[in-house]
Design a protein around this ligand. Structure first.
Ligand code: C2E
Ligand code: MG
Ligand code: MG
Length: 474
């Protein structure tokens, strides 16, 4: 009896397990599948899209090439649907999805991301960025064409259009990028331009933005990390003697190497950090002048320091220069401040007042990059300047008698009439030098004499000069 009882129990247990298995096959598996299917279109939903993207990224990483993701968003779906109801809208989205599928390549993945927004992940992989972009552009146009053909629902014609955002990524290098986010960002750009637009995610723009933000953050720490250095570019007179130098900043970045000032001065100006930076350069330059002070050769050198607009226009700039000169006990006229034309043109009388304040201190003032702005003779005559620096852009072919020689002659003539010293910037050849010499230019600066160099190299260069030394003699 007990044996019969246990057999019965076993039979019931088996029957229950069988029933459970049947139920699981009939109910749970389709439910699992349904979790990945868009209930309106029958294509993949967002959940499956994310899974698919994860899988594809894994495959992309295995071989070099370029891959893409495209987001297609209907322009006017939200306006047409409310009048017709939810179910009607669903039937329209089904047709949209079928039409899209009809122009996709086999293996391309289509999903409805949300609302009237679809995502295409092409199966193809291209060997270069240009090829990938071209193929995606063509596919986007095809999709737009097929969606523009009127839809017919319940005998009614419906006109749609779509905006498309595309991102093309380097399969291996950009492995960590959120491609969907990039394609959506491109879509927003397309939408901002109007209906029926296609936009590519601008990788270069993203990189330059990222680069800029990175540099700006690093820039804040340059002083305490001691990554800045003053370089010196000699200025020589007609006899070829080094009379002084322009101080030019150099930033040695631990990863990027030498960052040129043109890449970071404007960033420092934007963030306001230029005020601390400029003060540091001025302080270091004054300290250097003091260190040379008692030396028989280096003692008489003059240093020209660039001053940015923001720095020059800050309240108390004259006092700051005064305290620097007094702190280091330097002869004020051994310091020349270089300003650009734009500062003087834009800020008028306030600037002239500051310039007079500086001249009263005994500090020299130079107009940098002269000729690139629009200073008139009358304007220039109002400014308490000591010197002008003719911009290097006019040096190209100056000796050949073309436009540049006419401009340079006029600038030098104008400066001489105003009693100003003239420095020629960017002198690279002996022909340029000889031409300028003939026009009575007083000082010369450029690669012909030396590139900007470190303090040690500059001092060596000055100390090595003799009247017969060709490297510095004219
Ligand atoms: P800038 O003041 O006009 O300096 C002259 C620039 O011309 C320097 O570029 C110099 O290296 C370059 N140069 C000199 N001779 C030649 C030549 O023969 N041929 C050519 N092609 N170039 C020559 P750098 O050092 O890259 O500096 C660029 C600019 O960055 C400077 O132009 C200046 O506006 C700014 N800058 C540099 N240091 C400072 C600084 O301490 N403060 C501020 N506010 N600006 C600075
Ligand atoms: Mg300069
Ligand atoms: Mg210049």
């Amino acid at each position: 009896m007990s044996e019969l009882g246990s057999l019965g129990f076993l039979a019931i247990a088996c029957a229950c397990t069988g029933l459970l298995w049947v139920l699981w096959r009939w109910y749970a598996v389709p439910m699992g599948t349904l979790a990945y299917v868009d209930d309106i279109t029958g294509y993949a939903n967002r959940r499956l899209l994310l899974r698919h993207l994860k899988k594809r990224r894994h495959q992309w990483r295995k071989a070099p090439g370029f891959c893409a993701v495209m987001v297609v968003d209907l322009d006017n779906f939200k306006q047409v649907r409310p009048a017709q109801g939810y179910a009607w809208g669903g039937r329209l989205l089904q047709q949209v999805a079928h039409r899209m599928q009809s122009v996709l390549q086999s293996g391309d993945f289509l999903a409805r991301e949300d609302g009237d927004c679809f995502v295409v992940v092409p199966q193809a992989r291209w060997s270069d960025h240009g090829q990938a972009s071209q193929a995606m552009w063509q596919q986007a146009n095809q999709l737009q064409d097929v969606l523009r053909t009127p839809f017919v629902l319940d005998g009614q014609e419906i006109y749609l259009s779509a905006c498309i955002g595309i991102t093309v990524v380097d399969a291996q290098a950009d492995a960590s990028i959120d491609v969907l986010m990039q394609a959506l960002a491109a879509l927003s750009q397309a939408k901002a331009q109007g209906r029926n637009k296609v936009c590519f995610f601008d990788e270069q723009e993203r990189q330059s933005l990222q680069n800029k933000v990175g540099l700006q953050t690093d820039l804040r720490h340059v002083l305490e990390r001691q990554q800045l250095q003053l370089y010196f570019q000699p200025q020589v007179n007609i006899a070829g003697h080094v009379m002084g130098a322009e101080v030019l900043l150099r930033w040695t970045h631990p990863e990027r190497g030498m960052v040129p000032p043109l890449d970071f001065i404007s960033l420092a100006e934007e963030s306001g950090f230029i005020l601390r930076l400029g003060q540091w350069v001025l302080d270091q330059s004054c300290a250097q002048l003091k260190a040379w002070d008692a030396h028989p050769v280096l003692g008489g050198l003059q240093l020209s320091v660039n001053v940015s607009a923001r720095q020059f226009l800050q309240p108390g700039f004259v006092d700051m220069v005064r305290s620097c000169v007094e702190k280091h006990q330097i002869v004020p006229n051994s310091l020349m401040l270089e300003l650009t034309e734009s500062v003087m043109l834009e800020y008028g009388d306030e600037v002239i007042k500051t310039m007079h304040g500086l001249r009263t201190l005994g500090v020299g003032l130079s107009l940098d990059d002269f000729g690139t702005g629009y200073s008139s003779f009358t304007h220039l005559s109002r400014l308490p300047l000591n010197q002008i620096k003719v911009d290097k852009m006019f040096m190209h072919g100056v000796e050949q008698g073309g436009h540049n020689s006419v401009i340079v002659q006029t600038l030098i003539h104008m400066a001489h009439n105003l009693g100003l010293e003239v420095v020629a910037e960017g002198v690279e050849t002996t022909l340029q030098r000889d031409y300028l010499h003939g026009k009575q230019c007083s000082l010369y600066q450029g690669y012909l004499f030396s590139k900007p160099v470190s303090l040690e190299a500059f001092e060596a260069l000055v100390l090595a000069q003799t009247p017969h030394n060709e490297s510095v003699a004219l």
